[in-house]
Ligand binder design. Sequence first.
Ligand code: PBG
Ligand code: ZN
Length: 325
Amino acid sequence: MTFPAVRLRRLRRSEGMRALVRETSVSVDDLICPVFVQESGEQSSVGSMPGMERLPLSGLAAEIERISALGIRAVMLFGIPENKDDEGSAASQRDGIVQKAIPAVRDACKDMVIMADACLCHYTTSGHCGLVRDGIVDNDSSLAALSRIAVSLAGAGADVISPSAMMDGQVAAIRSALDSAGHSGVSTMPHSAKHSSAFYAPFRDAADCAPKFGDRRTYQTPYTGSREPIREVAADIEEGADIVMIKPALAYLDLIAETRRRFDVPVAAYSVSGEYALVKAASMQGWMREEDMVREILHSIKRAGADMIVTYFAKLAAGMIQNEG
Ligand code: PBG
Ligand code: ZN
């Protein structure tokens, strides 16, 4: 009679054994908390992202204090401007929404790592991430605009500029503009492999940045392959990116793993609005348990190889980690 000599259950006998052999952990240091800021008015909830709020500037300090009290060290700021125009000019104004939010965050928590999204879609009437010329999203004029935005955000005090426009050459353009403007200490964390995804829909509600015509497939990566996203990552590293990002996270774990395997740079994963909405919807129905899903998803993203995770569950997860002590 042969009994199994290999008994993996021996490693699972007790919480202590399981803890000793655990391969990944999620720390509050890994979390980046997105924050939506608007000029004024009441804080307003986002229908498709239950629990997420758009905050007026006046409510920002209190929120940053809550985030920081949970031990979270980094936030990612998204602005909702009052006015849009064809050139997205409000994105690089000295008194733009994010330009005002950054010092407010700094005042509320001086050590917070302030990451600022750099894109045009929230600010352009077209809702596209680049400037439209003759009906198409024009790459090279967009680079100049993105560079102005980056310099302006760095001037306001951002630590990390996170371009999400997927224009070719955006990292090089931004890097050189930052350096020329005396911001060589400011990092870039591009959305390197940002896929054209259905999972951004709730974010577009939150930030009012849906394209008014066409879609984003002429600039975002298709989800049908793995060579093209890896080339995007390689190009961004070549252009000087400090941290590269894969986005979304859950349906793209293979690409997080491949990026981790091939490159020696920090890798961020962006668990996007649609991933948040899926978990929220199922838990609100009582079908699955929110905290258990969040724990499992965050571990899977870490296991795939991400060093840090942008997640709308940052506060929930930080609280869970705090309670688990
Ligand atoms: C726009 C932008 C998007 C997201 C971040 N920046 C949406 C889009 O490309 O349409 C998605 C984030 C999310 O869904 O959480 N540059
Ligand atoms: Zn955009």
